[in-house]
Write a new protein. Sequence first.
Length: 478
Amino acid sequence: MTPLLWSLIAVQIVMGVFDTFYHHEFTERLAWRPSQRNELKLHGIRNLLYALLFAVLGWCEPHGLFAILVLTVLVAEIAITLTDFVEEDLTRKLPPSERINHTLLAINYGAILMLLVPLLVDWAMQPSAVVLAHAGLLSWIAAAAAIGAGLCGLRDFAAAARLGRMSQPDASGLVAALPAAQTILITGATGFIGARLVASLASSGHHVIALVRDPAKAAHLPPPLTLLTNLDQVASDTRIDAIVNLAGEPIGNAPWTAAKRAAILQSRLATTEAVVALIARLERKPKVLVNGSAIGWYGLWQDQPLTESAKSHACFSHDLCDAWEEAARGAEPHGVRVTLLRIGLVVGRDGGFLSRMLTPFEFGLGGPFGSGAQWMSWIERDDLVRLIAHVIATEAISGPVNATAPLPVRNIAFTAELARCLRRPARLRVPAGLLRRLGGDFAEELLLGGQRVVPNKALSTGFVFRHQSLRSALEAIL
């Protein structure tokens, strides 16, 4: 084993660790995505093979039959990696950084094979034996890498087994409140909420017209479905019974720079204005426009319960939601009932804020934000889909509608309940000062501020939440 070969192996270890933790665990969150169960199994097998290779090559020279076995492991690793590439392309869209990292891993692995295979062939020509060969610090690094790869392999198998036990509830019953055979236009149809709404409508026999920015992202949406990239593609004589407007630049994925604020606002206003323009030219107007908004409309509050009649406090979240709602009200002069769905924190394992909390909490790195006293008004995703159907079907509902569960909780209670569900501690409190320095208004409004929102209009019109308590929701999801 030459110094150059050891250097290439060290580079492979570093890139592999980065890929595992940055991509697989923290950004892609594969351990919580049921669609990636087979990918996790492949990762588990490959990691255990790596653990075997690091342990053997770090401490000994395999001769004869043992060298042939190592060569067999190398060939198996190549086959598994190629299978993994196919699985990834079929089940998810890899981010550019992961594709680049995979390319570098493949190039470096090729260089390792060019140096290692001739050495193994030479060892294979010798009598079968395992000769101890200590390389000093490098052997201990290889041992640490072997332990790490083995643990990651076991983690992948455990996550795959957990995903096999998880089930996605049937989507068809979520929109039972709707009349039969509705045609519903949805913007933001590939998003966390929109995709579940599409699945619910399609499985219940309704027809969905989906406005999407990237048709490739809509490949997983079920039929019957009509895909649009622009509302100008809708003919004026098209029958549309209802419109659900959920499109918009994500608000919680990055600090609010001036450019980010402009993108967040413009994406919502442009789509909503296009929806109103479509309504204006349709020969047969839809009965209702359900416009997505957020509880950020109320601004930052302390402990006061907020119903739909509550006033607001000025902040960016309020300004954004207020402008969005005003744009949607442009449909009212055309005789369309407009409901403004002020959505809370949507709870689900496939996306939204909860999905970003699962990995750190699972590794015991979770805890409250700041004091933990801020209120979190949440709603389970399927309850939100059911509420959207309820709003469409109930002609008496118009104007603001709080889309939150009846029992909001403080941040410290939320983190404690999530930790209990995952059987992990939640003691790593994130200092408020640090969050403010890193995130500014983003941290102040989304992480440290809060609203104690009550769904008065939903409850008073007969809507029944399946998950009124956070414990009920988390146990159903996790």
